[in-house]
Design a protein around this ligand. Structure first.
Ligand SMILES: Nc1nc2c(ncn2[C@@H]2O[C@H](COP(=O)(O)OP(=O)(O)O)[C@@H](O)[C@H]2O)c(=O)[nH]1
Ligand SMILES: [Mg+2]
Length: 249
């Protein structure tokens, strides 16, 4: 199994070196996509065994991920890990996520931030649960953390599903992967992870108004265009979440 890690980064000078270093040795290729950063993000990677793809101007998270995926496929990776450049995900968890990927080929593995949910800011917590419900309906499965950026994609899923990379869809891309991925035969399996909430974290790039709206429009159309997708709603309501490792009965 050949593996790659993609780290989208926009002005992550404080954290990128630690995140990238944490990935080295856990996957075969570490690829940072520096999205028009002007804070010297790429300079922090000098001397590390890391490839840095640089976009002269910011194109958004979706375009950055798509660039990284294209490079990973070119390198022959058959499993592609994604994690955020702001240090919110612990690279040490990659081993467990890849373990789930090996146990569940043809699945999208999501690192689900379940344990410190109470540490998410109140409105984000509510918005995330709300999103999980609609994404679950549209994809016909329970999705315990639809907005997580810590994932493992099988190469076949990346070949089959190529969501919009428009700037305004920056934060829709990962939702699209879950929904269109499940419909293309790649359901999700969740691995519980800890999310790191730093007190000195920079403000989020996620815009609660515009980005929530774009995600909502995407999910709404997916449900509507499939005639309300009642079989999906039924499957979400009646089947348990797929976890790896499976919870003890
Ligand atoms: N390449 C790129 N990455 C982005 C952009 N916006 C956010 N990201 C990355 O996406 C990840 C998540 O963004 P963040 O603002 O932390 O969102 P949050 O964790 O949901 O609050 C981080 O690694 C960011 O560097 C962007 O416009 N371009
Ligand atoms: Mg973040």
């Amino acid at each position: 199994m050949s593996t790659a890690a993609i780290i989208p980064a926009r002005n992550e000078v404080r954290t990128i070196a630690d995140v990238a270093r944490g990935c080295v040795g856990r996957v075969d290729h570490v690829i940072v996509v520096d999205d028009g950063s002007d804070d010297g993000t790429h300079e922090r990677l000098v001397g590390l065994e890391v490839e840095c793809l640089r976009r002269p101007e910011s194109g958004g998270k979706a375009a950055a991920l798509a660039d990284g995926f294209a490079r990973a496929l070119e390198l022959g990776a058959d499993r592609v890990v994604t994690l955020d450049g702001d240090g919110q995900h612990d690279p040490a968890d990659i081993d467990r996520l890849l373990g789930a990927a090996r146990a569940h080929p043809e699945h999208l593995v999501i690192g689900a931030r379940l344990r410190q949910r109470h540490r998410q800011p109140g409105i984000r917590h509510f918005a995330n649960r709300f999103a999980d419900f609609w994404v679950g309906w549209a994809s016909g499965q329970r999705v315990p953390d639809s907005q997580t950026g810590f994932r493992v994609y099988p190469a076949a899923l990346l070949e089959a599903v190529r969501p919009s990379t428009e700037r305004r869809h920056g934060f829709v891309f990962e939702t699209a992967m879950l929904i269109d991925g499940a419909r293309a035969g790649f359901p999700c399996v969740a691995v519980p992870i800890d999310s790191v909430y730093r007190d000195d974290a920079r403000p989020s790039y996620f815009r609660p108004g515009k980005d929530v709206w774009e995600i909502f429009v995407f999910v709404f159309w997916r449900i509507l265009l499939s005639g309300l997708y009642l079989p999906g709603l039924w499957r979400m309501a009646t089947r348990p979440t797929r976890f790896h490792p499976a919870p003890e009965a």
